[in-house]
Design a protein around this ligand. Structure first.
Ligand SMILES: C[S@@+](CC[C@H](N)C(=O)[O-])C[C@H]1O[C@@H](n2cnc3c(N)ncnc32)[C@H](O)[C@@H]1O
Length: 339
């Protein structure tokens, strides 16, 4: 660099050099989650030596990783040099009511970490790089590796648990509605929806190996739900309303049109579609959906979409977007009906 650079030039250059190192923050977060550091601090702060012994780690390197996390309020070193849990570290506890430990481990797993490293290929060529690295497309990979499928669904549940209640409350469901949740995973959202809307009957639809692990029994009323297994590109159960959260964002526009068309085919007259995803706002401001979109870009054929892009998708499937309903979370509900 030239010697006559200005202070602003230096600041801008260093800004990038500092930013590019920030991927070590989630890396350190992964170590804390994998080692269950938060679990061992639930009863109070510990000297790093004791904490390292409890979690089976090297004290010096554990301290270094936690010191980095503490720069953003996740764990803290107290005045006596002990490591303490903080409100922002608390959700890393595996039994916290809002635990995100599985979500942290999923997002930092090789399925996304390795694919993010090949982002230039994705940007250059226009498709995901997952298959090139792992040999098969994302969801097929799960059929070959049960450990990863469990990791993925537990991780998804971490995300879901933080958004299910606001999403359920935002859904304008009338009593007597037969609601089919497409790609509903283990049924955490459906369970919440059924609790919030006592007159609704739920159908959980997903791949057989996923439905097999559902937790709808925890609702305490087995008359209010049923399960169905299959492939949403083939056929979905009949119903009055279709709910799909974090499903359309996994797929390309053509694939989404197929999924939406299968719902349209099976939907009772006057039915509704509720597609729940982030809806990307116009402009340059930070938005959670813009980050998630890049994860989808490298690993899936899908993307996060703007309201206009949802309208185009729905239109291609013979549906009309009635409105976009905000929720008290990063997710929005795109409500559609038959065109
Ligand atoms: C990103 S996860 C979302 C899970 C859940 N809706 C949530 O928000 O946590 C996508 C879901 O779609 C399911 N899925 C993928 N391909 C499918 C297919 N062809 N037919 C039915 N379900 C499928 C997956 O098993 C998974 O549960």
């Amino acid at each position: 660099m030239s010697i006559d650079q200005s202070d602003a030039d230096r600041a801008n250059a260093f800004f990038l050099l500092d930013e590019v190192l920030q991927f070590f923050w989630p890396a350190a977060l992964r170590a804390a989650a994998e080692l269950r550091v938060a679990d061992h601090l639930a009863d109070g702060p510990l000297p790093v030596q004791d904490l390292a012994k409890a979690v089976g780690a090297d004290p010096r390197n554990l301290y270094r990783a936690l010191r980095l996390l503490a720069t953003r309020g996740v764990f803290a070193e107290d005045a006596e040099g002990r490591i303490a849990l903080t409100p922002k570290a608390d959700p890393l506890r595996s039994d916290a009511p809002n635990s995100v430990r599985s979500g942290v481990i999923m997002v930092t797993d090789a399925m996304f970490w390795s694919t993010s490293g090949a982002i230039t290929d994705s940007v250059r060529e226009g498709g995901p790089v997952f298959e090139r690295i792992f040999g098969v497309p994302f969801f097929e990979y799960f059929a070959t590796d049960p450990a990863t499928v469990a990791l993925f669904h537990e991780g998804m549940a971490s995300y879901s648990d933080s958004e299910n209640l606001p999403v359920a409350r935002a859904l304008p469901l009338a009593g007597g509605t037969r609601l089919v949740e497409i790609g509903g995973g283990h049924g955490h959202l459906l369970r919440t929806v059924l609790r919030e809307h006592p007159g609704v009957h739920g159908v959980l639809f997903d791949r057989p190996h996923v439905v097999a692990e559902h937790g709808l029994g925890e609702l305490g009323d087995d008359t209010r739900w049923e399960t169905a297994e299959g492939d949403f590109f083939d056929k979905v159960p009949a119903g009055d309303a279709y709910l799909m959260k974090r499903v359309l964002h996994d797929w390309s526009d053509d694939e989404c049109v197929e999924i939406l068309s299968r719902c349209r085919d099976a939907m009772h007259p006057g039915g509704r579609i509720y597609a729940v995803d982030t809806v990307i706002p116009e402009g340059n401001a930070y938005d959670h959906g813009k980050v998630l979109d890049v994860l989808l870009m490298v690993a899936f054929t899908g993307r996060e979409r703007t309201a206009a892009e949802f309208a185009t998708l729905f239109d291609r499937a013979g549906l009309t977007v009635e409105r976009v309903i905000p929720t008290d979370s990063v997710m929005s509900v795109v409500e559609g009906s038959r065109a």
